[in-house]
Design a protein around this ligand. Structure first.
Ligand SMILES: [Mg+2]
Length: 216
């Protein structure tokens, strides 16, 4: 059992997936060419070495057009992972506070959260000016959750970014291993490893309703 009063979530590959929305839009703007350059530009953005504007500009994609099209297409691309539409409301009903802390640009990440019905605040790196795994990103999350870090858990799929960052900040870290990956040996191990969001609900305080009642 994780004795916490609040839960922060990563978004991408934790609550939802976007089926390479940004890649498709950038490629479309470029007329279908240069997939490798698009992938490299998005990788540079995701690693934090470039803003989305700089990354797109570097491959000749008008960032304003890119942002518009991505937001327009998002409803068709964003898919909630199993249980993701309910988990936050379930936890709120038990008295836990919830929020998302996500590396990405705004308002795309907020829109993704809205598209899966996430009921809590959404902190986006482009807005708060700091990215995971920097401890200050988790401090922002701590403030939004309204509990001391030690009373919060953070759930994410990336060991180096989500698990290590949360642990550095003094939170509990839940590694969501729904893709069957091997946990890297060089990264500090998570407080808890889950392979479904149902397991998360079972590991957190409060009653578990109906037939989903845990046996262990
Ligand atoms: Mg993720």
């Amino acid at each position: 059992m994780l004795d916490v009063a609040a839960v922060g979530f990563d978004f991408d590959h934790t609550l939802g997936i976007d089926h390479r929305l940004e890649r498709d839009v950038a490629l479309e703007i470029l007329g279908g060419h240069d997939e490798q350059r698009v992938n490299e530009a998005l990788a540079a953005f995701r690693s934090g070495s470039q803003t989305i504007a700089d990354a797109m500009e570097a491959i000749g994609v008008d960032v304003r057009r890119f942002r518009e099209l991505v937001l327009e297409r998002a409803p068709r691309y964003v898919e909630a992972l199993p249980g993701a539409r309910d988990i936050a409301a379930t936890l709120q009903a038990r008295g836990l506070t919830v929020a998302i802390l996500s590396n990405g640009w705004s308002p795309l990440q907020e829109l993704k959260a809205k598209l899966i019905g996430f009921p809590g605040p959404v902190l986006v790196s482009e807005v708060i000016g700091i990215r995971k795994p920097n401890v200050e990103a988790f401090r922002s999350l701590e403030r939004v959750l309204g509990v001391p870090a030690a009373r919060a858990a953070y759930v994410g799929d990336e060991p180096e970014i989500d698990v290590a960052g949360a642990l550095w900040a003094g939170m509990k870290a839940v590694w969501f291993d729904w893709e069957g990956k091997t946990y890297p040996q060089h990264v500090v191990p998570p407080t808890l490893r889950i392979s479904s969001l149902v397991e998360l609900a079972q590991a957190l305080p409060g009653p578990v309703s109906g037939a989903a009642k845990p046996t262990a």
